[in-house]
Design a protein around this ligand. Structure first.
Ligand code: GLU
Length: 484
């Protein structure tokens, strides 16, 4: 049977890096093994789950290019894929467990349970539920239920079960002593299922073969194994992923920077770069390859190359990788990606791009080498879209502060104004020759021209910039800078 895996986010917030990694590993494992990737929305926390969060999670997954074979919006044989819509399934599973005697009603009140916990804390009683109600005669229990007495349903952990061994694909064996497993609650007094019950009913129903998730769930796993056993269902394999840390060795959080996929998108990251980088947080292809395409990941991913050590999230490395992916785009591809950012910065319109796409593609060489994020592009290209530029005072001071610099800028304006053709090479040779004639360092001359034309000492490559801006505008800006 080919693997069936699931990603089961709770829509209590955005899709964060940790969740994205879980989704990516499940997806990649399904793709690499020709298995099935199921998306299930664990929305049982009614207070914190919202449709907006679900929509955002789905949007982030689609943006990353993680497609699911069964789940919301695509359907599948195990519909519905929202836990809140599966109450009938949980009720049916509970009925089966009642019939087999693996679940029993418990009438202990909250106050009674608290008193028991108090005794346990004092070291005088068992930790966990003491099974008071397990011995109630079924006909008595049925009568109390019929009389409307509030009750929960608990798992009857087999007395002879013995220790529970979780044989984790990533972490190896962890033994959970049977004594630590109490008869935990499956269904609350209001009829809602607990996480450990709903999840197992769903994983069993959906024929999940491998549960790949964060290791914050490792402690739930022995309980879930007991539920699988009570349902008479094969237990899936488990793979628990280690935590993701910030550079300081603490759990990755907002303090470290962006953590939601949406925030990275807004910061100008490409989905390919996020997918690649996040995939490497705890998995490696061969220990050295860092640039791994979606296709390679989908073909080569394997669970046995997941590391059990915590992964460190390195924002600088991600940014570097994003630059690699930006440079990997074709001019047309990058032009298309940068347009929304130029539009948002108020520099241009989509209509203008559609009217002259080739011109926008010709801007790509100006920024491709240096851009690390899409957010770098609009500031770097802004000078091309404005009538004039405001000189950055520090830049002007540095590049135009001396008489010599201003004289050479005036001479450069005259020399360029006289040119018959206007292209990169002609501009470059004209300015280089002028520097020789004037006896100034080329760098000094170029810097003066750069600041006059772009407003700043930091700009895209000079001759390309001038060529794209056009002769008239370039010369006008140089002259304007002399009067500034
Ligand atoms: N809804 C749970 C979570 O988001 C899923 C845990 C699991 O994969 O079983 O943490």
């Amino acid at each position: 049977m080919s693997p069936r895996v699931r990603f089961a986010p709770s829509p209590t917030g955005a899709l964060h890096i940790g969740g994205a990694r879980t989704a990516i590993y499940n997806w990649a494992f399904a793709r690499a093994t020709e298995g099935t990737f199921v998306l299930r929305i664990d929305d049982t926390d009614a207070e914190r789950s919202t449709p907006e969060n679900t929509a955002q999670i789905l949007r982030s997954m689609r943006w990353l290019g993680i497609d699911w074979d069964e789940g919301p919006e695509v359907g599948g044989p195990h519909e519905p894929y929202f836990q809140t819509q599966r109450a009938g399934r949980y009720a049916a599973a509970l009925e089966r467990m009642k019939a087999s005697g693996t679940a029993y009603p418990c009438f202990c009140s909250a106050a009674e349970l608290e008193a028991k916990r108090e005794i346990a804390r004092a070291g005088e009683g068992p930790t966990g539920y003491d099974r008071t109600c397990r011995g109630i005669d079924p006909s008595v229990a049925a009568a109390r239920i019929a009389a409307g007495e509030p009750h929960v349903w608990r798992l009857a952990v087999p007395e002879d079960r013995g220790d529970i061994v979780v044989d984790d694909i990533v972490r190896g064996e962890t033994v959970f002593p049977a004594s630590a497993m109490d008869d935990f609650v499956l269904v609350r007094s209001d009829g809602t299922p607990t996480y450990n019950f709903a999840t197992v009913v769903d994983d069993a129903d959906m024929e999940i073969t491998h549960v790949i998730r964060g290791d914050d769930h490792l402690s739930n796993t022995p309980r879930q194994i007991l539920v699988f056993e009570a349902l008479g269902h094969a237990v899936p394999r488990f793979a628990h992923l280690s935590m993701i840390w910030g550079a300081d060795g603490k759990k990755l959080s907002k303090r470290h920077g962006a953590t939601s996929v949406e925030a990275f998108r807004e910061e100008g990251y490409l989905p390919e770069a996020i997918l690649n980088y996040v995939a490497l947080l705890g998995w490696s292809l061969d220990g050295e390859t860092t640039i791994i395409s979606r296709e390679t990941l989908a073909r080569e991913f394997s669970l046995d190359r997941i590391s059990k050590n915590p992964a460190i999230f390195d924002f600088e490395k991600l940014e570097w990788m994003n630059g690699v992916y930006i440079r990997d785009l074709s001019p047309a591809g990058l032009a298309e990606k940068m347009i929304p950012w130029l539009v948002e910065a108020g520099l241009t319109t989509t209509a203008d791009y559609e009217a002259r796409p080739a011109w926008y593609e010709s801007l790509v060489p100006l920024i491709a080498e240096r851009a690390k994020r899409l957010t770098d592009i609009a500031p770097a290209l802004a000078f091309l879209f404005t009538d004039g530029v405001t000189l950055d005072p520090a830049s002007a001071d540095k590049a135009l502060g001396s008489d010599a610099a201003r004289d050479s800028l005036a001479a450069a304006a005259d020399a360029l104004a006289g040119l018959g053709s206007w292209d990169h090479d002609t501009i470059e040779s004209t300015l280089r020759e002028l520097a020789v004639t004037l006896g100034v360092k080329p760098k000094v001359l170029f810097q003066a021209v750069r600041v006059a034309v772009t407003g700043s000492v930091v700009s895209p490559p000079l001759f390309e910039s001038l060529a794209l801006l056009g002769k008239e505008a370039s010369v006008a800006r140089m002259r304007a800078a002399l009067h500034a």
